[in-house]
Ligand binder design. Sequence first.
Ligand code: SF4
Length: 312
Amino acid sequence: MTIRGLQKTTLLDFPNKVACTVFLGGCNFRCPFCYNVSLVYDADKGGGISAEDFFTFLKKRKGLLDGVCVTGGEPALAEDLDIFLRRIKDDGFLVKLDTNGSFPGKLAALIEGGLVDYVAMDIKNSIESYKKTIGAESFGGSKSLKKESDIGANQENTESRNNISNPNEKTMESRDNISELNKKEAGLDANQENTESRNNISNPNEKTTESRDNVSELNKKETLLGAVQKSAAILMENKIDFEFRTTVVKELHTESDMESIGKWLSGGEKYYLQRFKSENETIVKGLTSPSDAEMQRFRGILAAHIPNVKIR
Ligand code: SF4
């Protein structure tokens, strides 16, 4: 586990908690508006702190911090994320996980294993506009994408390492079945139909089979988008507290996108709209922030579908 950065205290990132934030390197997306350029492109670059030093720090903060926010990049790419989170939990801290939602099997396993207490999942855009918003299509700017095949290249390997020890073998067995299916979800092959593999999700012992089957219907057309949709559906089972959130960029988001997101995620409880800040270094240059009026319009559109929508 390479920890690329540590913010020793945050009052903002973990709702109603005092926390620290650890930054893990690497991401399978290339969102044009991404602020964490070095984390995305230089996943293994040094300069962070060792896991041992982090846990020494954490022990000293016992009683001062409630929890740890684990962010990236995309933390679910880390092979030993489960071990890392288990250790945080064993030390008595709550865990908040930030994710782009592209590893539903891993997300489900972490939730079932009791290794996360709160999840913030990025909703990059409406399904129709998702690919351009994660950098999967060429988008005018100063920094071009790496090859598309690089995006999601680590996904299959990571998803295949979903075995989190858990005494509840039955539950984990069914999750592992899902994990097996998720191996098929690597990459950005928009036209690949994986209907057969996804229909294998059904499991008579799995309470959530029906909802997963509904999700599998959605997955027929788009593999990576299917993974994102599946993660959203897993969170909307409400087994743990969670939020959806979108960084809103003037060039990428429209009222029509918000209407589409609202319909898609109408089972969600909390949704945060975050205004893009153009002063940060980003993967693509030249993007701009929406106006206050636009943010309010977007909030209103989402609020017609989701009860608690806020701008932050
Ligand atoms: S904003 Fe996009 S590219 Fe950047 S870390 Fe998040 S998911 Fe990855």
